[in-house]
Each structure stands twice: as structure tokens, then as C-alpha cells.
Design a protein around this ligand. Sequence first.
Ligand SMILES: O=C(O)/C=C/C(=O)CC(=O)CC(=O)O
Ligand SMILES: [Ca+2]
Ligand SMILES: [Mg+2]
Length: 411
Amino acid sequence: MTTASWLDLPADSLFGIHNLPYGVFTTPDDPRPRIGVAVGEQVLNVAAVANTVGVDPELTDLLDATTLNPLLGAGRPVWTQVRALLTEWLTDPAFRSAVEPELTPRQDVSLHLPFQVGDYVDFYASEHHAANLGRLFRPGSEPLTPNWKHLPIGYHGRSGTVVVSGTPVVRPQGQRKAPADAVPNFGPSRRLDIEAEVGFVVGAPTELGDSVPLDGFADHVFGVCLVNDWSARDIQAWEYVPLGPFLGKSFATSVSPWVVPLEALRQARVAPPARDVEPLPYLDDRDAKEPWGLDLSLEVRLNGTVVSRPPFAAMYWTAAQQLTHMTVNGASVRPGDLFASGTVSGPDRGTEGALIELTWNGERPVALPDGTTRSFLEDGDEVTITATAPGPDGSVIGFGEVSGRVLPARG
Ligand SMILES: O=C(O)/C=C/C(=O)CC(=O)CC(=O)O
Ligand SMILES: [Ca+2]
Ligand SMILES: [Mg+2]
């Protein structure tokens, strides 16, 4: 399908007509948060266009909102309808006069947390990451825990500290205890790390007691964003036994401001890696016609230098399996719930999604062009994660970025 926009976008635009990601923006002369869709180098005020051209008032209400949550809750048929409208507005020259005045250059807008985050869950779906962390955190044990290939392991995170890209991250303080120390001490984390992840934004809710089967994924998941699960490894290593991550990860989790609709990722769907353990039937996607592996290519930059290129296609568990597992006990989901994939690490050097793996616990620090090296993050460091996916007709779907700078601990 070739769809040309009257906007005459370059063929290599990461926010081309096949992408149309959703966010929430303000401008200096209008501080009201409103829903925007990125197209080329601009942001479209969708409610303003809906009001001008006159669409179904129920749709206008969903779009005339300060967060994506009302639209998220509306469900797949409405998401499809809105996307079709956006495509029509941006491709049919008859809409040009109504749409053009509602475009603002992206550089002139501020982007906000696009949805009010409900529950936040973080998974652990990369076999390479899980095995690496097992070796680093539990030397002498099997790298993968016995449950790892039977279920997508996850933990509930802290939704109130999910922040939008650009929000500074204050170095956390807490209890640290190195293996050689007899007792813990208190202070700023000395081993502040990142985790490059992909986030899935839940739209349509479920009722308590119900679960989402594997083929219900697209009915409930609206779209995809990027996540940095900042992690204080020294706090984490001491506190996590036996209940899992707590203060070592709850101080901040950054998300990208643009939510890429699931429809934009049709060409990115790939089969996940072969599983060597037969999953229980509710998680078994081996016969699925279209499993939910996704061929996203991530890049991690530290102070502007690319330090890693994690491949999302290498993830063992898919987001569909994660949603199914997360609801198999009857736990309900709500619009705005966010679940993240887990750190995206590939099998090769230079594809690790966390510094602890990339530098192997500091044994092989990363060299930066300014002559300095890093094992973990220093105050002032800035980390930016970007991603792309294949789109239709040779186009590329961009995710924008999730970025954050480390501020010193507050005494
Ligand atoms: O293996 C561990 O004990 C800890 C693992 C993590 O810190 C990773 C985590 O948050 C899940 C993930 O991002 O894959
Ligand atoms: Ca994580
Ligand atoms: Mg976190």
C-alpha cells in the first residue's frame, strides 16, 4: 500500500504516514495538555482537526483529552477508526486547509507523559540478559532459574515514578553492601545503571476474574513505547532476596513520549526464537499464525556515543505471552497499565541492554570519545535509547527516544 501524504514527507522519515504515534503536548502560547500525533517534523493537534471537520462527537470527546487514557479505554474498533481518520486527513488534499493550521513544528512543543500510568509491570524476557544477570548476581548457581523457560518472570514496579523522557533522574540513596562488607552502609548508589526496554501500553480493560488469551493481545494492547528501567545495582543486589526488585528500581522509570500504535508494527512481526522447553498450553504460541515477536532495533547512547545495539527480535517471551501470563490468574488490566519487556540484550558483545552486562560488572569499562571510561553512570551522564522497526514499502517506523540525565544524589 502506498499512501502519499500531501505533506510530502521524505521517504526516510521515521514519523512517516505509516507510523502516526500518539503523544500529549503543550506549546508556549497554549499550556493546556492535548493529544498530538507526530507526522514528519510536526505534531498534529488531533482534537482541533476533529472539531473543525466535524467527526462523531463521541470520537471528538475521546480525542479532546489531556491524556491518552480515554482513547486507550475505547478499544480496538475505535483505535482503528481514529487511525483511518488520521490517514485520511493527512493524505486527502481535501483536508489540507483544515489540517495544516493545526500542525506545530516538533521542536516548538513540550512533550508530556502521554498516559496516566495505571499498574506497571516489568518482565525479564531476554534469555541473554537473564543468563548474564544470573552469572553476575548468583555466581556458582545455574544462570537461569528453573522456572525461567516455563513462565515469563516479572515484578510489579512503581507506576507513580514512571516519568517522561527528558525528566532528570536523581541518583538514589540507599543501603549498599558489597560481598566483602560485613554490614551494609548507607549512601548514594555507586552502581547506577540503565535497562533498555520496550513498553506495551494497555488500552481495553478486562474484568476481575477474566484472562486475556494469546490471540486477545491486539484487542487489549494499544501500542508500544521505549522504557529505561534505571537500576541501582548495589541497592538491588543487597535488597532483592527473596522478594525481588524494590528500591533499587523504584526511584524512576523513564518512557518515551510517543506511543507507536500496534498497527504500525505489522511489518515488524517475526517469529520469536525457537523455545527448547515446551510451554504450558496457555502460553503455547508455536502454532500461532502470527506470533508477536517484533523486529525492533534499539540503540543506546551514553553522552551521545552509541554503546549498544540491542535486538528486540531475540526476546524469548513475547508481549502477548506476557499479557496472557499476567492475567491468567484473573488479575484485571486497566487503560493506562504499562508492562515492559525486560532488558533487551542480544547474544553478542555490543548488544547488551544494561551497563552491568556491557562492562561485565566493571571489568571491561566502556571507552567514551572524551577519553573517559564508564563502568556505571556518573552524575551528569545522559542516556538516550532510540529504536526503529521495518514499516511498509521500505519505510522505517521510529519510536523517538527515551532520554534522561543523572543528577547528583540529594543530601
Ligand atoms: O536477575 C536478577 O536478579 C535481576 C534482574 C534485573 O535486574 C532485570 C530486571 O529488572 C528485569 C529485566 O529488565 O529483564
Ligand atoms: Ca528491568
Ligand atoms: Mg525502574
